[in-house]
Design a protein around this ligand. Structure first.
Ligand code: NOJ
Length: 752
């Protein structure tokens, strides 16, 4: 009898599965009470009724080819959605377009699983904010979080669920064009900014209608490509990996980032998309990341070019086993995984694991509850380019500007000068302020520098413009002389030089990071006129400016500042805003110094002018042109009274450090007070200094403020020779100041 019962039971289960897998009732997913009460169970039961092909479909992401000649691809893609072969799209946007596809997925595919729509929302959606490297120079975590939030509100209004940002790659080589997408060279600051951006994109509750899944990319060490050449080989020590490149990813994970993207590069022979050690052992097992890993564009396929996979099947197998859940556009998972499972080369469990992560991300956004919550035409119309977002864009832009030189006190200029010569094609360029990766950014929204300056000066001031050079920086025939004549006639000159946006970003590495084309010749010619001259730089990476910096008294680094660029530049040039930005990346003097970064090691023979056999160059100084943390203001700040509350600290205890910062000039302003530490003697070599804290303070003229930092053991820890985190007793130096090189010092001792 009990045998009969067992047989009946198994038949019943089989029949129900066959019934459900063939006729799954539409809408059932969306009313399942398990969604709320037991999400894991909900996802497991969904997985249990999915065919292997449907599960693999969830791992497949395709790109929406906007530029296709005809739209025959649409029929193909729509059928694939109906057949459950696509789990997510990249590049499609707009409520109308995304809703159309979502309807097919929800109403016409067998199970009705919603699609995810992803996009590179890097520094804004339609309201384009400064490029990430520029934003980082504000050191203003609150405002950075706000711009990510604003970008999320706008992008989600256009149907987007997922951004491929923040890019948290540390970059020590400014030749690498993608330095513009990150926060610069420092792992501590990079970690704080990574967390701020994740919070901004993801908001408080992922299932709100205006939150994006964030994606920390590119995991990992992509910024370490040899020679700064994009996509190139990376070969670094475990120490550099764990101390420099990994911390911002770990910070993003701690901040709850929902997704991670793999990096194109290999590290020491293992391409990242086949790197189980880092993608699974470190990221998931050590750090506890339980989100989704997406490949970079065709990176799974590229395992063949790397030479670790003989064919697409081998590439797919390596990537899935390493821990890559979604295949971005190479289509390999879709075509190869079914056969690999059948042949027993890939276990169904592995597929389930990856599919579960995709479904969990969809569930976290609340898409199983309401798959159309991101497709509200009203929101789309109201949220884009709001007055509030434009104000935020201007605020962020002026905070991102770094005053590099003002030795003749030419800045700020008076608004009522009789005449100003504005020189340089970049001053009217409305494309470049949008930066290298502006998604749906529109040039019509951009306030150019010329417009910003004209809008700020008195009605009587005449602003005359001469482009002088073309989009590659080469002289427009005869225009250098015209520019020089114009400067001669005017009360002051503003010269805009630098890189158009396409000279930085992906696949835009430069071997020579000097001013492009003939721009150096132009500035040399113009300074000879002995007129008050302000050099404005617009660029996406540090530039090697050695000669230019010597010949020019006044330099303002403005990067690519987004839609409000012109207004923000005018705010600083005419003193409506006192510049406060500080470099988050070192400026070399010349190309030959690269890589040059502040947190280097001392070496056995630290540079010494009086000793030939020390670590330096014979043709140029070893020091950078402008160091990390550097940036001037219209006022000056002094640092005094650096005190530790005790001379020694016991391991597991903490120590309070204080410093008195005073505004000595006539301008009210914001100063970024920076704390660096050095472990003087340890069992492995330590950097000459490392940023461990910073505070933005606001000071009125003559105002003074005590700034305090708490030193905790974690700030003194490092990896020992076995790569175990440790804190060793001994002497530590504390440096506090307004840049990594301009500091006052103290020491304390860490005791057992
Ligand atoms: C390639 C880039 O490396 C990555 O950052 C980006 O997110 C993808 N393409 C998708 O556009």
């Amino acid at each position: 009898m009990s045998k009969m019962l067992k047989i009946c039971k198994s038949w019943f289960i089989c029949l129900s599965i066959i019934f459900l897998t063939t006729f799954y009732p539409y809408g059932k997913l969306y009313s399942d009470p398990l969604q709320e009460s037991n999400p894991d169970h909900f996802i497991d039961s969904l997985l249990s009724i999915m065919t292997i092909e449907e599960k693999i479909g969830q791992l497949n992401m395709f790109h929406w080819p906007w530029s296709a000649q005809d739209d025959s691809f649409k029929t193909v893609y729509e059928k694939m959605i109906r057949d459950g072969k696509i789990g997510s799209f990249l590049g499609i946007y707009g409520v109308k377009n995304t809703k159309e596809l979502q309807k097919i997925a929800v109403e016409e595919s067998r199970l009705g699983i919603p699609l995810l729509f992803a996009f590179d929302v890097i520094h804004g959606w339609r309201t384009i904010f400064p490029v990430p490297l520029a934003e980082a120079c504000s050191w203003d975590l609150e405002t950075i979080e706000k711009t990510a939030r604003a970008a999320a509100v706008e992008a989600t209004s256009s149907g987007i669920h997922w951004t491929f940002a923040p890019m948290v790659d540390i970059a020590r080589d400014p030749r690498w064009g993608r330095i513009v997408e990150g926060s610069g060279e420092d792992p501590f600051l990079g970690s704080m900014i990574a967390a701020a951006r994740v919070k901004g994109f993801q908001g408080d509750k992922l299932d709100d209608e205006n939150t994006l899944l964030a994606c920390a990319k590119h995991f990992t060490a992509y910024g370490g490509v040899e020679g700064g050449r994009d996509y190139n080989t990376v070969d670094i020590s475990d120490r550099t990996l764990f101390e420099v490149y990994l911390p911002p990813f770990h910070a993003a994970v701690k901040a709850g980032v929902a997704t991670i993207m793999g990096a194109f590069n290999e590290i020491a022979g293992v391409p990242m998309h086949a790197n189980e050690q880092l993608l699974t052992s470190v990221l998931r097992n050590q750090w506890g990341f339980n989100g989704l890993v997406v490949s970079d564009w065709t990176a799974i396929k590229e395992l063949q070019s790397h030479g670790v996979a003989a064919d697409p099947a081998a590439a797919g197998m390596l990537a899935l086993r390493a821990g890559v859940d979604i295949d971005m556009v190479s289509g390999i998972y879709l075509t190869e995984l079914p056969a690999l499972v059948k042949a027993g080369k890939i276990s169904e469990d592995l597929i389930n694991q990856a599919a579960r992560r995709v479904l969990k991300a969809k569930h976290a956004l609340g898409l199983f509850n309401d798959p159309f919550k991101y497709h509200n035409i009203q929101r789309e119309q109201n949220n884009i380019l709001s007055a509030e977002n434009l104000q935020l864009a201007r605020d962020m832009a002026r905070k991102s500007i770094v005053l590099l030189k003002n030795s003749a006190n030419i800045l700020p200029l008076k608004k009522n000068l009789k005449s100003i010569a504005l020189i340089g094609g970049l001053a009217t360029d409305q494309v470049s302020p949008l930066g290298a990766w502006a998604g749906i950014g529109d040039t019509h929204d951009v306030i150019s520098i010329l417009e910003g300056i004209r809008g700020a000066v008195s009605p009587k001031t005449k602003v005359s413009f001469q482009a002088a050079y073309d989009s590659n920086g080469f002289e427009n025939y005869g225009e250098f002389q015209k520019a020089s004549d114009l400067v001669k006639k005017c009360d002051a000159a503003i010269v805009v030089l630098g890189e158009p946006a396409q000279m930085s970003g992906e696949a835009a590495s430069r071997a020579d990071i000097g001013l492009p084309g003939d721009q150096t010749r132009l500035i040399r010619m113009l300074v000879k006129n002995n007129k008050p001259l302000v050099l404005i730089l617009m660029n996406g990476r540090p530039l090697a400016l050695d000669e230019v910096a010597e010949e020019t008294s006044t330099i303002l680094e403005t990067w690519h500042l987004g839609v409000q660029m012109g207004n923000a530049v005018a705010d600083v040039v005419f003193g409506d805003y006192n510049p406060s930005g500080k470099l988050t990346v070192t400026f070399p003097r010349t190309n030959g110094q690269i890589p040059v970064y502040y947190n280097h090691k001392n070496t056995g023979r630290p540079p010494d002018f009086s000793d030939h056999y020390t670590s330096k160059y014979i043709d140029i100084p070893w020091t950078p042109l402008y160091p990390f943390g550097y940036g001037l203001s219209y006022t000056t700040y002094s640092y005094n009274d650096l005190k530790c509350d005790r001379r020694s600290m016991i391991i597991n205890d903490s120590l309070l450090i204080s410093v008195q910062v005073t505004n000595n000039g006539p301008w009210e302003g914001e100063e970024i007070v920076q704390l660096y530490l050095q472990d003087e003697v340890a069992s492995v070599t330590r950097p000459v200094k490392e940023l461990k804290g910073f505070k933005r303070i606001h000071l009125k003229p003559a105002e003074s403020q005590k700034v305090e930092f708490l030193i905790t053991p974690d700030m003194l820890s490092f990896y020992d020779q076995r790569m175990m985190k440790t804190v060793e007793p001994g002497k530590f130096k504390v440096f506090i100041g307004g840049s990594s090189e301009n500091t006052i010092e103290q020491t304390f001792e860490l005791m057992q």
